[in-house]
Design a protein around this ligand. Structure first.
Ligand code: HEM
Ligand code: HEM
Length: 471
């Protein structure tokens, strides 16, 4: 039976991913340069690091990443179920409410309204808006699932289900607060309980926004683009269940050496170490699928981005568990090492897979061959260089920083009591980081030009290499 897929909503989400990607990365670059040249805050509260940083994190996680996740869900799920989305109206309502939230988030954060909880900064009226469009999304998704023509639920969909259900629980529980004004509220939790719940949420925002939906994207785009089945279906099921079970317990690794009970810290540490197994299970399943298409990887920038994404997924899911070990965390905590770890995952894994998704989707959505494979290749090399500069400079900076903080002289006094001296030492590394970020965004802009020229040719015809298109 011919199914009429709604591509318009996917086109909108691809555009929204590109828009929020540029805005959030520009702000990321700005604050990266601010850490080297503090005058860049122009003594204005609106340009201060403290206000711009959460706009960067919210914009990149909830604007850029979620947009490409939604684009994938609205593209892949109807195709995997051979059923159009249950309600095109709800899809559109969700799109506009979601984008309105991101705009209002940027405005309120710029004005200094915040709950002061990382990744949960938005004040209560925006939280309610988030819950409304998330519920709309869930209803549309599960109704489509209920009406599906294809019985089998492919593993990519399992990852999307985990995202929808878990984020709903995490977001609501962590944000329960008593409003004391239109843009001011107080969390119902306090002290250690507040910290524990916040990092149960914060860590799982990483798990269920920056990991599970991206794995869902991998499981969809990789077999489609290589036209090969995933290496092991059994492994995909095994690593799915173990990943979601183990992730949810690892939050206390953000609170080592804090007043959180010692047993809870140890629990978080042990579960973090155990996370290597399912994480690498997923990575290996991706690599082993990709290794069957070696020739294609050589000539295809989309697959190269997937290769880099998988490589960085593997690196950050090895580095993360190592950083969860108390003794290592005593060096890495609050230093640039954490920032390097974050961006290895963020630029390499999340943005890498997002970019692969954009290159996969654009020719199919506008029915035109990609304007230039060569430009895509250039994008790939510039982006990879940018990620490497970012990652390596933050390792060097973070370890220098950690070692200087804890250095003692012969009389047992701090060797560098003058904190600003340590900051000055880090400036060259932070400058390299800012250059790395600038290169990454330059590559992204090359992609935008390529996408723009491709769209100009829309309707000119595109023969997909994946013969199972629409399957
Ligand atoms: C042009 C690329 C980027 C640049 C230059 C950049 C720069 C920065 C800077 C300077 C910070 C603050 C670091 C600090 O407080 O010391 C930061 C934080 C952060 N960025 Fe980025 N960023 C970029 C891309 C991304 C992407 C693509 C993501 C996610 C998909 C991301 C996620 C984050 C997160 C989660 C944090 C908070 C880290 C923490 O609290 O430990 N960034 N970024
Ligand atoms: C096995 C998987 C992983 C484990 C066990 C892990 C562990 C850790 C640890 C121990 C920290 C430092 C906590 C601290 O000292 O405050 C951290 C920070 C962070 N990680 Fe991971 N990580 C993993 C994978 C990832 C991936 C794939 C990403 C994707 C981008 C990521 C994003 C982050 C972010 C955003 C932070 C900063 C949180 C903050 O704001 O303080 N992690 N992670």
């Amino acid at each position: 039976m011919e199914v009429n897929y709604d591509n318009q909503i996917v086109r909108w989400y691809v555009k929204s991913a590109i828009l929020w990607g540029v805005v959030a990365m520009l702000i990321g670059i700005w604050i990266a340069f601010e850490m080297v040249f503090p005058v860049l805050n122009f003594n204005s509260p609106y340009l201060s690091f403290g206000r711009l940083r959460p706009i960067h994190t919210n914009g990149i996680i909830f604007g850029f990443t979620l947009s490409i996740v939604f684009a994938t869900v609205f593209y892949a799920v109807p195709r995997l179920f051979k059923t159009p989305m249950w309600s095109p109206l709800l899809s559109r309502l969700q799109f506009w409410l979601y984008n309105l939230t991101i705009v209002l988030a940027a405005v309120t954060l710029a004005l200094g309204y915040t709950q002061s909880k990382e990744y949960a900064e938005l004040e209560w009226p925006l939280d309610i808006l988030v819950v409304i469009w998330w519920v709309i999304f869930a209803v549309n998704f599960f109704m489509t699932m209920a009406k599906r023509q294809e019985k089998h639920i492919y593993v990519a969909v399992w990852f999307f289900i985990a995202t929808i259900v878990t984020i709903a629980v995490l977001y609501i529980v962590n944000n329960i607060a008593l409003p004391s004004g239109l843009l001011k509220s107080y969390s119902v939790y306090s002290g250690v309980t507040d910290a524990n719940i916040q990092w149960w949420y914060g860590h799982n925002a990483v798990a269920f926004v920056l990991t599970t939906p991206i794995l869902g994207m991998m499981y969809y785009y990789l077999p489609k683009h290589t036209n090969l089945p995933i290496f092991s279906h059994r492994l995909s099921i095994l690593h799915f269940w173990s990943l979601i079970f183990i992730y949810i317990w690892a939050g206390p690794h953000h609170l080592l050496y804090s007043p959180v009970p010692e047993w809870a810290q140890t629990l978080g540490m042990v579960f973090s170490l155990a996370l290597i197994a399912p994480s690498w299970g997923g990575m290996l399943n991706g690599f082993l699928t990709l290794s069957q298409a070696k020739e294609k990887v050589r000539t295809d920038a989309t697959l190269k981005f997937m290769l880099v994404a998988l490589t960085f997924y593997g690196m950050s899911t090895l580095e993360g568990p190592i950083m969860s070990i108390r003794a290592v965390n005593s060096l890495s905590h609050n230093t640039d090492w954490t920032i390097g770890h974050v961006h290895g995952g963020a630029l390499g894994w999340v943005a890498g897979m997002a970019i692969a998704a954009i290159y996969y989707l654009v020719p199919r959505l506008w029915n035109a061959k990609l304007y230039s494979e060569k430009l895509a290749e250039t994008h790939f090399w510039i982006a990879t260089l940018g990620i490497l500069l970012y990652y390596v400079s933050m390792w060097a900076s973070g370890i220098t920083e950690g070692l200087m903080w804890r250095a003692y002289d012969a009389s047992g006094m701090l060797q560098y009591p003058n904190w600003i001296e340590i900051v000055q030492n880090l400036t060259p590394f932070r400058f390299v980081r800012a250059i790395g970020g600038t290169l990454f965004l330059t590559g992204f802009c090359i992609m935008i030009y390529n996408v723009y020229k491709t769209i100009q040719n829309k309707g000119s015809g595109f023969v997909p290499t994946d013969l199972r298109e629409g399957a």
